[in-house]
Structures are given as C-alpha cells and as structure tokens.
Design a protein around this ligand. Structure first.
Ligand code: TRP
Length: 466
C-alpha cells in the first residue's frame, strides 16, 4: 500500500466511492434510453445475465489487480509483467478521453438543474415552456454556454480529487450516494403514482419475447453488454485504482458482488424514475439519447406546478451521479502521475498534479463543448463528431480490448492460485472460486469479444448484428 497516496477510511467509504464511480450517466441516461430503444424487458434480461457472468468477474479481477499491486494502472500492469505495460497505458488514456466528454455532459446536467430551479421561481433563466427539443438544441449549440458549464463541472471534480482519497473522494461519496438514492426514490414515487404510469412498468417488466423472432436479439444482447460494461466502470483504470487503496483485511469477493448489484439496482431505479412518467404523459419511450434532456423535460413541463421541483431533483441527482463518476476517472490519472513522481524519488504533490491536469481537462472539455455534438463546425474526426470519436477510441475499442485481455491474463496466465493469494488474506475466504475462474477463462473473454464487435458495429454501422 502506497501510504503517501492514501487509503480508504472504511470499507463503507470505499463502497460508496466505487458505487459512485459505477453509478453515473451510464445508469441514469444510457440505461433508460437504451432500454427504451431495445424493447424494454429483453434488454433488462440480457443486462442481468451479462452482469453476473461477465461484469462480476471482471470487477473481481480488477479489484484484485489493484489491491495486490497497490499501484495506479500503469505501474500495476507493469508490475505483473513488463509485457502488460501497454494495457496500463490504455487504461490511463481512456479516462482522459472519457473525462473530456463526461465533463461536457455533466455540464448539461448542471444547466438543466439550474434551469428547472429557474422555472420554479418563474425566472427568465428557466426553460419557460419553450419546446424542449428546441431548448436543448439552443443550449448545446451555444458553444460558450456549454463550455462554461463544462468547465464548472470540471473544476468541481478537481476540487474533490485534490483533497485526496479519504479526505476528498470518500468524504464526498459518503454523503452524495445516500443523497442520490433518496432523491431517486422521491422522483420514482412521483412517477409511479401518476395516472397511466402502469404502461411504463409493463414496458420494463412484462416478459416480452418479441425481439426473439428474428435476429434482432443479437444486437440487443450486444447493446446490453456494452452498456453493462460502461456502467460498471470496467475495462480501464477506475476499479484497479480504487482497489489499490483498499486495506488487505477487506473482503474483495463480497465487495465485487455489492458494486455491480448496487449499480444494477440504481439502473433499474433510473428506469422506474423515467418510464412510468413518460408513459403517464403519453410520450415515447424510444426517444434515444434525447430521452433525458428532451422527453423528460417535456414530462416535467407537463406536470404543472410541481414539475420544476421534480425536474430540479432529477437533474440534480444525475449531476451528483456524474460527479462521483468523474472523480473516479480523474483519480486514475492522478494516481498514475503520483506513482511516476515517486518512482523518480520526488515528493508528489497531489494538489499541484490535480490542478495541472485540471487545466488540460478544461481545454479538452471545451473542445468537446464547442464542437456541439458535431454542429459547432470543428473538423470531423474520421467522420465522427468529437464526442463520438473520443467515445469510439475509449468505450468502443480500448476498454473492451483491455477487459478482454485482462480476463485472459487472469484466467490463463496468473491463474487461480494468484487470485487466491490476494483474496484469502487475514482470514477471508474465496467462496466462488470455481465459478469465477470458469467465467474468467471462458465466458468473460467470449462476452467481451462480442461486446467489442457490438461496439464496432454500433460506431461503424457494419450491420454485423442485424
Ligand atoms: N460507470 C460510469 C457511468 O455509468 C462512468 C464511468 C466512470 C466509467 N468510470 C468509468 C466507465 C470507467 C468506464 C470505465 O456513467
């Protein structure tokens, strides 16, 4: 354990931070909209199966690599073998790419939180009944405004990370995550008690096998896999980095179960916060990425006087969720730089490192924000807008490749005994060793290969799965 970097104050604190990393825009935005576009129930079913057979064991593997090496991603992979150093580098680059667009989207959430507050006070800076699609376009195509919100979001991230593992990240997550949970409950109760809400519940939970007539289910499976994997913060440094701060007495196996479980519960809760209200207001569940900022805002507008209150609560909770994820992304980068400094025998100053990286982050997130989802006039990158291009490199390619190789390395090279040595310390046991190793050797690599193909298919419209 590298004490100069810090350590979690308690296992609960670690869990809140790790669940905070996992619960983010992926759960509250991606999950409902992808579920909406992929037939509801079938998507949920595939998601759950993949979370158990693939997500759980990769989570277990990453936590184990993190704690056994006690290092940031680059040093962690290199200390397993010099040959694996490139995996560390990929895991270091991915969070930088993701942060660039994550902070931009986090800024959108902040904007909507404030706009709903404005509606509540009848202020000029509210949505004020403007058509919600138009309102959204007006906002994100205004590069300056989008950049300002993105930079504010980035600065808040930097301030939390700067304060360290237990004094910043853990302290914030311990308050933010329970608060988020309560806010989500409030919004759900409102949604499911609206007349007509039952349509949304049916959409989510009533068994519906329609997608199985034909080949459509393969693409639903691949989409659910990609979603699962992003939502659990897998395939790059976050979980490894957070695992490195975990004390040897804690039980990795149990923690690796709780994190995906909590993440999945929140994703389903996000569905419950969204679909019943969407159905009750007679709107479309398959609104795609616009579901969060266009459809839902229309739902709040249609709710009458209470609308702005629930709108404010919903966007606030999405903002909080995004923040606990962005701090985990940034911590990957900061921990790697601290390692590097210390290897050179320097004293690493977390504050300076955070601020300098924060400046780089601001530049990147401004680029994404002024590109305005491709409408801002910046040159296209391989035909993609900047956000999609950064997403392609990270979520589309490097992360699934990283997770695929990691499961192969643990399954076939390091093996069960290496895992056991780390997991069974200080009286802890590894109860599901056979199941986990089987999944790591066979199911996770196949699952990740499929997810990788699904991602490439999605980005390049190859038509492999249709
Ligand atoms: N899991 C987060 C979400 O659902 C995003 C995230 C944070 C992430 N850290 C990550 C995704 C690491 C992949 C890898 O929004």
């Amino acid at each position: 354990m590298n004490s100069s970097k810090g350590e979690w104050g308690s296992n609960f604190g670690f869990l809140m931070a790790a669940v905070g990393s996992a619960v983010g825009l992926g759960n509250l935005w991606g999950f409902p909209y992808k579920m909406g576009m992929n037939g509801g129930f079938a998507f949920l079913l595939f998601y759950l199966i993949l979370a158990v057979l693939v997500g759980y064991v990769i989570m277990l593997g990453e936590l184990t690599i993190g704690r056994s090496t006690g290092k940031g991603v680059i040093a962690a992979y290199s200390s397993l073998s010099k040959k694996y150093a490139f995996l560390g580098w990929m895991a270091f680059l991915c969070p930088i790419l993701i942060l660039a667009f994550y902070c931009s989207l986090g800024g959108y959430c902040l904007k909507y939180t404030i706009a709903n507050l404005g509606d509540f006070f009848g202020a000029s800076w509210g949505v004020n009944g403007v058509d919600t699609a138009e309102y959204f376009v007006n906002f994100y195509t205004n590069g300056l405004e989008a950049s300002i919100f993105a930079v504010i979001f980035s600065i808040i991230t930097v301030i939390i990370v700067m304060r360290g593992v237990s004094g910043g990240i853990e302290k914030f997550s311990k308050v933010a995550m329970p608060a988020l949970f309560v806010l989500l409950l409030v919004v759900i109760v409102r949604g499911v008690t609206l007349p007509g809400a039952i349509g949304g519940l049916k959409f989510m939970f009533a068994p519906n096998w329609e997608v199985f007539n034909g080949s459509g289910w393969v693409s639903v499976l691949a989409t659910a896999g990609g979603q699962m994997f992003f939502s659990l913060s897998l395939g790059m440094g976050c979980i490894i980095t957070y695992g490195a701060y975990l004390s040897k007495k804690e039980n990795i196996e149990v923690n690796a179960l709780i994190i995906p479980f909590a993440d999945t519960v929140v994703a389903i809760m996000a569905g419950l916060a969204v679909f019943p209200a969407v159905f009750a207001m007679g709107m479309e569940p398959a609104g795609g990425p616009g579901l969060l900022f266009i459809t839902l805002q229309a739902v709040f507008d249609a709710m009458g006087a209470a609308g702005p209150i629930f709108g404010f609560l919903l966007y606030l909770l999405v903002f909080i969720a995004a923040l606990t994820s962005s701090i985990s992304l940034m911590e990957v980068v900061v921990s790697v730089i601290i390692d590097r400094k210390e290897e050179k025998g320097c004293v690493a100053n977390r504050k300076n490192i955070s601020v300098i990286f924060g400046l780089i982050l601001c530049v990147l997130t401004i680029l994404i924000s002024v590109d305005s989802l491709g409408e801002g006039g910046l040159p296209k990158l391989l035909g993609f807008c900047w956000l999609d291009f950064f997403d392609l490199l990270s979520e589309g390619i490097m992360m699934p490749v990283g997770a695929l190789l990691m499961s192969l390395i643990i399954g076939w090279k390091l093996g069960e005994n290496w895992m056991r040595e780390e997991l069974c310390q200080e009286g802890n046991q590894w109860k599901m060793a056979k199941f986990s190793m089987f999944c790591l050797k066979f199911i996770a690599p196949v699952g990740m290969a499929m997810i990788l193909l699904g991602q490439l298919d999605g980005f390049f419209k190859l038509g492999i799965f249709s």
